[in-house]
Design a binder for this molecule. Structure first.
Ligand code: SME
Length: 159
């Protein structure tokens, strides 16, 4: 088992340590599912105030549930639907302070109050989205967004 102790006081250091731990975890491993599974577990262990973190993969133009941590979730999400489908279709990060105010939000877990979804793109193709949910309103700041974009860039090469 891998034991990472990531406990930085500021978010910049936290995400720097997280990115470097992730680089170590995925180094030399070509299996995308294994890498997504370890990434979800690492993020879950490292970031406070999450109730769900994981991946939806682009399977023939539909988002299909991938490796995650948290409660069982919706399996298939069409492009353009919900926060994840909006991120997939627009290829823009979605950082939602209050999911109840997002038209069409898909409530997989009624505990979720805020959400951050980052598209993962390789060679112009959307591979997956990384989805983080929190039970706290406005949990995700611009620093979280930048940190998770950096994580998505690492993952784009190895999933
Ligand atoms: N809330 C998401 C669905 C996925 S779950 O949060 C795990 C959405 O609206 O796309």
């Amino acid at each position: 088992m891998y034991d990472f102790k990531i406990a930085a006081n500021d978010k910049q250091s936290l995400y720097r340590d997280l990115a470097s731990a992730l680089e170590g975890l995925v180094a030399g491993e070509p299996d995308g599912i294994a890498n997504m599974a370890n990434a979800a577990a690492l993020i879950w262990e490292s970031l406070p105030d999450l109730n769900w973190v994981g991946f939806y993969r682009n399977v023939e133009g539909e988002l299909v549930l991938g490796p995650f941590q948290g409660r069982p979730a919706c399996i298939r999400i069409p492009f353009g639907k919900g926060v994840c489908g909006t991120a997939a279709q627009s290829r823009q990060v979605q950082r939602i302070d209050d999911v109840d105010a997002f038209p069409g939000h898909i409530a997989c877990d009624s505990q979720s109050r805020s959400e951050l979804v980052v598209p993962i793109v390789r060679d112009g193709e959307l591979i997956a989205v990384l989805d983080l949910d929190s039970p706290g309103t406005a949990r995700f700041t611009a620093e979280d967004e930048a940190g998770c974009v950096a994580i998505a860039e690492i993952l784009a090469r190895v999933i």
